[in-house]
Design a protein around this ligand. Sequence first.
Ligand code: HEC
Length: 118
Amino acid sequence: MAIDRRRAAVVAVALLAAACGGDSSGPATGEELARDLGCLACHTEEDTSVAPTWRGLFGSTVELDDGSTVVADEEYIRRSIVDPHAEIVAGYRATMPQFTLDDEELDLLVQYIRELGG
Ligand code: HEC
């Protein structure tokens, strides 16, 4: 699967960077990771029919398709990534693929989404 190959490349680059030990090369940023993993193909600067935007998501109240609401805290965002079909945002379908990421990658993504504000 293309995504797996890209993931492998991201991990390889991260390992290389770690092996070199230079601060300048550091780990990938959340934005780079989101681009490399293909998240940004669906999640753009604005809500689209494909996926909701991350801009303004953090700390906001999200309406789910079962009529309930949830506050988009760090827990919710992590859950949305590792188990995307557990809660579906109202108006969207369960088209998001499930990602298996390590803690460091998840932290970077959550941090990036947090930076996009709420
Ligand atoms: C194929 C398109 C697609 C890709 C690729 C994708 N998503 Fe999603 N994502 C969606 C859709 C559609 C939803 C809304 C439905 C749902 O809740 O699952 C969503 C919901 C989310 C939410 C909750 C948003 C909200 O408004 O509450 C987060 C956070 C999220 N995705 C993160 C990610 C991350 C991080 C990646 C990459 C690792 C990713 N997504 C890749 C389609 C995608």
